[in-house]
Write a protein that binds this ligand. Structure first.
Ligand code: 26W
Length: 811
């Protein structure tokens, strides 16, 4: 394990500082000091990185490649120091140099190359793979602009570009010698050569894919895996020049721009899919570059391609990298001369697929014309896969045309990526038990019937290293003092903490820690929003993407109702509460943006109303991101997980909150069900429609939002207040929100669940009055959060899907 003492560290730091900046430390800017520390840590990591790769070569262990369009890493410095095991030494050394480590850590710009849950999951998985000594690497796109920065202006979201590379990125290593060429457009020449068809791609537009590698440091185990992100560049300057000399200057510039556009920006939509050609280009770009480089490395090491599926696994994170399937087929057949049958067996044995959502509007499908034109050879392969697949179906399901056309990979003029992913892989998994059951019973039932053994569940997880040890140091110390350190390597050992759930002294400490974290958050809120919030109030938090199905509106309506109750009776006895929201809306998602405005307008009115004597406050924190989540989650009392049952595939913030001792208010959706199973009904607050009720309404109808609203005076009042000018002089400002609820019959059952939600919140109020009881529930939540470590999830992937990792090594 890496080791260094304080004095040696100090010496290295000063040397590095001089080397990089050529001036005295006192004259250095924060940027200089941060950069010095980052580079130094990277140097420390470098040796283990090389050694890890050497070891992988020598042992020939199965390598896992996790393909994802998104990796939402956040900041890296703190975690690298933690995982190297030198955070304390570093802090002491820097203290002596009058440098505040926290400040340097906070100087780092978040690496925000993801939208939300799916991207953050990929980041937690990288951390767990390295920490569990599993050879697992990420493959994705190095977007020049990450997920946009959100500003709240006059209560509304305004987007600004996130140029995260502005100050450089100490963590990445550019590897131009490992570049690949990716080919778009053109034609395919088909010829018979020696009795075999040969396919040559001609007249294509070449794009140079340059990899940038980031080290992924395992927890105190000397393992350093790799995250490889690809950047698109024009093939060479000569190309520009020759065009220029032919008078084709504009064409050359056009080529350059169209190439650079590929890795320019992350699409800021989750759950809503738009068939943009640039997105399809992005997908093929990183998939093709990634697989070419994997095969090159594989062959360079002298391995036989016929053993590929024994030696590596390719995992696709949602359908976004599904082109890995036809691309691997293409390379094995066209470049390596393999037969269709061999290539197909190897490809399907190699690839596995995770589904992250059942929302129909998120399903990716590409217009055939666009697909064919951009990727002519890949299209031929997809057509052939489909032809063979449908042939099998015809033989199995004679005459059942409806079923066959539903399952077909190509249909209604589209290539359906989920169907391709299921057919071309050996494993399909959902991300929580309920989600997987819905996939099997509903969304993918035909496929489940056809391939029952492909389907499996892998409940999501989060890395407890970032989300507990790093973000909540005081709770970490308390856990160490009470139950030792075993849980760090074996997070389910957190169960030992349950022994203390009745220990008044420990509960008192838990309360004190929460209070300290709340004080820190209160300061951040004051600095950013200018709002004074009381750390003794209940911190009631909903932070996540803004989406109708996640029902921020439900949360907002009950705040409006509580406000009405306080206006009607200023002496109403409630525990003071601070409602905290954060989250970004997709720039084109009008309803979500209006929801943000409504929350801010409600906050503005409530926060300035003297009549209610500061009993409630509403805060919208702008620009939600990983580093902000690390500040908010340890300071939360109540975690709002209130999606319409069946809609949230898993959720992962729910796990982060429970691990930090928040009490969850939840519908029985996604992983909330499993959280309930772990902590028991007494330690979570459940409300709302059940899965069966929701599915019944969707299939049989019978829900009337009007009737529900009209039969409840509280709902009549709060819905009217949306459009009668109570929260904005412009009565039309929130009309869309009103219409979604009442004119369009409340697709997500906000009004239907209102009463049950309000009663759940009254229970929260009641329980919180008995602080020992509350902290005892918190302790139980912390104690049972270990199974939601992504270490457990990754073990399950490794043994159940990839056939890699520790258990296999000992076979
Ligand atoms: C634009 C197309 C598109 C469609 C879907 C982009 C991104 C998506 C993702 C699947 C959205 C996403 O992040 N899903 C979330 O994945 C998490 C990790 O599994 C789950 O915990 C969340 O419940 C799920 O919403």
């Amino acid at each position: 394990m890496f080791n260094i003492d304080k004095d040696a560290f100090k010496k290295d730091y000063l040397k590095k500082f001089l080397e990089l900046h050529g001036k005295e430390l006192e004259k250095g800017t924060q940027q200089n000091k941060y950069e010095t520390l980052g580079s130094l840590v990277r140097d420390y990591v470098a040796k283990a990185w090389i050694d890890t790769n050497k070891r992988y070569n020598q042992t020939g262990e199965k390598q896992v490649y996790y393909f994802s369009m998104e990796f939402l890493l956040g900041r890296l410095l703190g975690d690298a120091l933690l995982n190297l095991g030198i955070r304390d030494v570093c802090k002491e050394a820097l203290d002596e140099l009058n440098i505040d480590l926290r400040e340097l850590e906070e100087f780092e710009h978040d690496q925000g190359l993801g939208n939300g849950g799916l991207g953050r999951l990929a980041a937690c998985f990288l951390d767990s793979m390295a920490s569990l000594n599993i050879p697992g690497h990420g493959c994705g796109i190095r977007y020049k602009y990450g997920f946009f920065e959100q500003k709240i202006m006059n209560g509304a979201q305004v987007e600004a570009p996130d140029y995260w590379l502005k100050e450089g990125n100490v963590w990445e290593m550019k590897k131009p010698d490992k570049s690949e060429i990716v080919k778009f457009g053109g034609d395919v020449r088909v010829e018979a050569v020696n009795g075999r068809l040969s396919f040559t791609h001609i007249n294509y537009e070449p794009v140079l894919a340059i990899p940038y590698d980031t080290p992924v440091v395992g927890y105190k185990n000397d393992v350093v895996n790799t995250l490889r992100l690809w950047s698109a560049e024009p093939v060479s300057n000569e190309f520009d020049f020759s065009s220029f000399s032919r008078g084709d200057f504009l064409k050359a510039i056009e080529y350059k721009n169209s190439v650079e556009a590929i890795s320019h920006v992350l699409y800021p939509d989750d759950t809503f899919y738009e068939g943009k050609i640039l997105r399809l280009k992005q997908q093929y770009f990183f998939v093709s570059a990634g697989i070419q480089s994997i095969l090159r490395y594989f062959k360079d090491n002298g391995h036989n391609l016929m053993n590929l599926d024994d030696m590596l696994a390719i995992h696709i994170n949602d359908t976004h990298p599904t082109l890995a399937i036809p691309e691997l087929m293409r390379l094995l057949m066209d470049e390596e001369g393999m037969s269709w049958e061999d290539a197909w067996r190897i490809t399907t044995n190699t690839v596995s697929y995770t589904n992250h959502t059942i929302l129909a509007e998120a399903l990716e499908k590409w217009p055939v014309d666009m697909f064919k034109k951009l990727l002519p050879r890949i299209y031929m392969i997809v057509e052939e896969i489909n032809k063979r697949f449908c042939q099998d179906l015809w033989n199995k399901y004679i005459g059942q045309w409806d079923k066959i056309s539903k399952m077909s990979i190509i249909g209604d003029g589209y290539v359906r990526m989920a169907n391709l992913a299921i057919v071309g892989s050996h494993s399909v998994n959902g991300v929580a038990k309920l989600h997987t059951e819905i996939l099997k019973k509903q969304e993918m039932k035909e496929f489940y019937y056809l391939y029952p053994r492909k389907f499996n569940n892998k409940t999501n997880g989060i890395t407890h290293r970032r989300w507990l040890i790093k973000s909540n140091p005081e709770l970490t110390s308390l856990l160490k003092d009470t139950i030792g350190e075993g849980w760090i390597k074996h997070p389910t050992d957190l169960e030992n903490f349950a022994r203390f759930s009745k220990d008044k002294l420990v509960l008192g400490k838990l309360a004190e820690i929460k209070n300290n974290n709340k004080k820190s958050l209160a300061k951040i809120i004051y600095d950013s929003n200018g709002i004074k919030v009381d750390p003794n109030s209940i911190f009631d938090v909903q932070v996540k993407r803004i989406h109708a199905y996640k029902r921020q509106t439900l949360n907002c309506l009950r705040i409006m109702d509580l406000y009405n109750r306080l206006i009607d009776n200023p002496d109403l006895d409630i525990v003071p509460r601070t409602f905290i929201f954060a989250g970004k809306a997709a720039p084109g998602y009008y309803l979500a943006k209006k929801t943000i405005e409504l929350i801010n307008a409600v906050g503005e009115k409530i926060n300035n109303d003297k009549r209610i004597k500061d009993k409630i406050k509403v805060v919208y924190m702008e620009n939600y991101r990983v580093s902000q989540a690390e500040d908010i989650i340890p300071a939360t009392d109540v975690s709002e997980q209130i999606s319409t049952t069946t809609k949230e595939a898993s959720g992962t913030s729910n796990m982060k909150f429970m691990m930090n001792g928040a009490i969850t208010v939840a519908t029985l959706d996604g992983a909330n069900v499993e959280i309930r199973d772990e902590v028991g009904d007494d330690n979570i607050i459940i409300f709302g429609l059940t899965e069966r009720e929701v599915l019944n309404y969707y299939s049989k109808g019978g829900y009337s939002a009007w009737e529900t609203c009209n039969s409840d005076s509280r709902l009549r009042r709060v819905t009217q207040d949306i459009i009668n000018g109570y929260y904005s002089p412009d009565k039309d400002r929130f009309k869309t929100v009103f219409e979604h609820l009442l004119t369009y019959n409340d697709e997500f059952f906000v009004l239907k669940d209102f009463d049950s939600y309000v009663r759940a919140q009254d229970r929260v109020d009641n329980i919180y009055r008995d602080i020992d009881k509350w902290q005892s529930m918190a302790a139980i939540n912390i104690a049972h959060s270990g199974v939601f470590s992504s270490d457990r999830t990754i073990q399950e992937y490794a043994t159940g899907i990839w056939g890699s990792g520790y258990l296999y090594k000992n076979l």
